[in-house]
Design a protein around this ligand. Structure first.
Ligand SMILES: [Zn+2]
Length: 258
């Protein structure tokens, strides 16, 4: 499936995401008196570490960073990916390190044994660089879920995160948590405060995701100023900022396996 034209590839992603939504058992409940907000980062660009993590720490909060080992230190035209030292630094400062596959391929392109091998390799990579906590949470590369991977993923992770632009409320599928993207244009990123107002009024679990956090961000990133604006807005509205794993604990999802 690697060579499909891009538009066909996109159609399959959307169809499979719809399928997984409609077939998924809603096995968990988001029951929380306090509005929960998680800030998550995919890939992860080094600016998410230098700027994003530092802003969260300034407010006593922590984030979840979904790492793909194969991207380590990669230099791209407009961003550089985190090094293993950066990744370990995040962990030592109390941030959560999640899994984003090792190879950063779409899940449906792996096939069963290849997916298991990739996830083993990812876990080994994180152990080797000094992350002593098992990665309990996963984010789909390209937010592309794949129903056939469900068993493999649910055997390994408490949660998987896609996109879906919604707040997690009521009965949810932990293998397909929804999230709101923080990305360009900047004025739209700043207006994402309406999601925070929404979750503050009617508590649930709002998960944000983004990539780089820097002055001249890529289309998939945000400026430090706007990122801080969102973090501060959460606290102003009485939301609790939690890593994904902290939220799993506080929702009581940890004890009973799916
Ligand atoms: Zn990614």
């Amino acid at each position: 499936m690697q060579d499909l034209p891009e538009f066909v590839d996109g159609l399959i992603d959307r169809a499979s995401n719809r399928l997984i939504w409609s077939l998924a058992p809603k096995t968990r409940r988001v029951a929380t008196a306090a509005p929960l907000v998680s800030f998550t980062f995919d890939d992860v660009p080094d600016s998410a570490w230098r700027n994003g993590a530092a802003i969260l720490e300034k407010y006593g909060a922590r984030g979840t960073f979904y790492i793909s080992g194969s991207l380590e230190g990669r230099i791209e035209p407009r961003r550089q990916l985190i090094t293993r030292e950066g990744c370990l630094g995040l962990f030592e400062r109390g941030h959560e390190i999640g899994c984003h596959t090792f190879g950063h391929g779409k899940i449906r392109n792996y096939g069963g044994p290849a997916l298991a091998a990739d996830l083993d390799r990812s876990a080994q990579y994180l152990r080797e660089i000094g992350i002593t906590a098992h990665p309990n949470n996963f984010a789909y590369p390209y937010n592309a879920a794949w129903p056939l991977a469900r068993r493999e993923l649910s055997n390994r992770f408490h949660t998987c995160r896609g996109a879906g632009a919604a707040i997690n409320r009521g009965a949810v599928d932990p293998m397909m948590l929804k999230a709101v993207e923080i990305r360009q244009p900047e004025h739209e990123a700043r207006d994402l405060t309406h999601w925070i107002d929404d979750v503050a009024k009617n508590p649930g679990w709002l998960i944000f995701f983004t990539h780089d956090v820097k002055k001249d961000p890529t289309d998939y990133g945000v400026t430090p100023d706007t990122f801080e604006h969102l973090v501060r807005h959460c606290l102003d509205r009485g939301c609790r900022i939690a890593t994904v794993e902290d939220a799993v604990h506080s929702l009581g999802w940890k004890d009973d396996a799916e």
